[in-house]
Design a protein around this ligand. Structure first.
Ligand SMILES: [Zn+2]
Length: 350
C-alpha cells in the first residue's frame, strides 16, 4: 500500500451538506423555480439570476455551469465518486447524517456513538491531522480553517497542537499583513446572519494567507454556507455558495501549482460531511432522512489515476478518507488505528 508516492502535501476541502444531486446533476428544476423562500421579495431577483446562471437542459451542462472547476480540471485529471446513476456510491457510516458526526468520521476514520450533537465541545478522538502533527515530518506543518466555530471542538484546538482558526476568531498566529488585517476586521464587523459561522470568503481567504506564509503540508478548509442556506430554504443562495466554493477550489489549485513547495506534489480532496433530503425535504438532513447519508468525494493530485467520473466503482465511505490522505503522504494510519476505514486504493496509484 505504501509504495512510492509523489504527494508531499494534502489539502482537504469540505463543503457542508452539498448534495451529490447538485454535484452530478446541477441545479434541480423544481427547486430552482418553486423553492418557497426564493419567492420572497428579498430573494426573488436572486432566484431569477440563479435560473439564468445555473439552468441548462442537459445535466452535464448544468453541473458544469454550477461547478466548472470540478467538471473540467478534476474530471480530466482526478476522480469523482458518488454518481448513483453510474453505479458509484459514497456515504457516511455514522447513521446520524449531521455535521459533527460526519466531520469526526471523516477526520478520524471511524464513527463514534458518543458524538450525538453539534455542540462545540472538544472531540475525545484524535483526528488524522493531530496524528500526523505528532510526527516530526509534519509537526507544525498542519493547520485547519473553517467557517463553523465547532471546528474548534472537532479538531480539539486545546489539545491538537496545530493552528485551528474557525468562526469569527481573528487569525493572529502569523505576522499581520494588510490582507490579514482586513480579513480580521471583516470578521469582527460584518453582519452575522449565523452566530456561529461567517460567510465562506472569510475562512477561505484567511486560509490562503496562512498557506502563503507558512506553507503547511496538511491543510483543512471547511466551507459551510451551503448548509446554512440549505436549512434556511434559499435554493438560489445554496447554489451560489456551491458555485463560489468551486471557484475557491480553482483558486487554491492555481495557487499551489504556482508555488515550488506544492507544485506537482499536492493532492486535493473535496467532499461534504453529509447529504440532504430530496424533494421538499432538500433543506434538511439527519437520522430521519435516510438519503442524507449519501455523499460524494473528489480527488485530484499526482498519484491519483485520472479515472474521472467514477462508474461501477467499489463503494466508498467517509470513514476511509483519513487513511487515504495519510497513505497519500506515505503514512499507514489504518495500521495505527485499525478501527479506521481502509485507504481507498483506487486513488493511491501504484
Ligand atoms: Zn446542517
Amino acid at each position: 500500500m505504501l509504495t512510492a508516492h509523489k504527494t508531499q502535501n494534502v489539502i482537504v476541502v469540505m463543503i457542508d451538506g452539498l448534495r451529490w444531486q447538485e454535484v452530478f446533476g446541477g441545479a434541480d428544476r423544481d427547486l430552482l423555480w418553486t423553492s418557497g423562500r426564493d419567492s420572497l421579495a428579498l430573494s426573488r431577483d436572486r432566484a431569477a439570476q440563479a435560473q439564468k446562471l445555473y439552468w441548462r437542459d442537459a445535466a452535464t451542462e448544468r453541473r458544469q455551469a454550477l461547478m466548472p472547476f470540478l467538471w473540467s480540471v478534476v474530471l480530466e485529471h482526478g476522480q469523482i465518486f458518488g454518481n448513483r446513476e453510474l453505479g458509484s456510491d459514497s456515504q457516511v457510516t455514522n447513521g446520524l447524517n449531521f455535521s459533527y458526526p460526519g466531520y469526526n468520521e471523516t477526520l478520524t476514520g471511524f464513527d463514534d456513538p458518543r458524538i450525538q450533537s453539534n455542540d462545540n465541545v472538544p472531540n475525545p478522538n484524535v483526528t488524522v491531522f493531530e496524528w500526523l502533527n505528532r510526527k516530526p515530518a509534519f509537526a507544525g506543518k498542519v493547520a485547519a480553517f473553517g467557517a463553523w466555530e465547532t471546528f474548534n471542538g472537532i479538531f480539539n484546538r486545546e489539545r491538537c497542537g496545530f493552528v485551528v482558526n474557525a468562526g469569527y476568531d481573528p487569525l493572529e498566529t502569523i505576522p499581520a499583513n494588510p490582507e490579514l488585517t482586513l480579513l480580521n476586521q471583516q470578521k469582527a464587523e460584518t453582519v452575522r446572519i449565523w452566530p456561529d459561522e461567517p460567510f465562506d470568503p472569510l475562512p477561505f481567504h484567511t486560509a490562503v494567507e496562512y498557506l502563503r506564509e507558512v506553507k503547511p503540508r496538511l491543510l483543512f478548509l471547511g466551507l459551510n454556507e451551503t448548509d446554512g442556506w440549505g436549512h434556511a430554504g434559499f435554493y438560489a443562495e445554496y447554489l451560489n455558495a456551491a458555485h463560489r466554493d468551486d471557484s475557491y477550489l480553482h483558486q487554491l489549485w492555481d495557487l499551489v501549482q504556482s508555488m515550488p513547495e506544492y507544485s506537482g506534489k499536492t493532492t486535493m480532496i473535496v467532499l461534504p460531511d453529509h447529504g440532504r433530503g430530496v424533494g421538499a425535504k432538500w433543506t434538511d438532513h439527519g437520522e430521519k432522512i435516510p438519503e442524507s447519508k449519501e455523499t460524494w468525494m473528489a480527488f485530484l493530485g499526482p498519484d491519483t489515476p485520472a479515472l474521472g467520473e467514477r462508474s461501477q466503482a467499489v463503494p466508498v465511505t467517509e470513514s476511509q478518507v483519513a487513511a487515504t490522505l495519510a497513505a497519500l503522504l506515505g503514512e499507514d494510519y489504518h495500521a495505527a488505528v485499525p478501527k479506521a476505514g481502509e485507504a481507498i486504493e483506487d486513488v493511491l496509484g501504484k
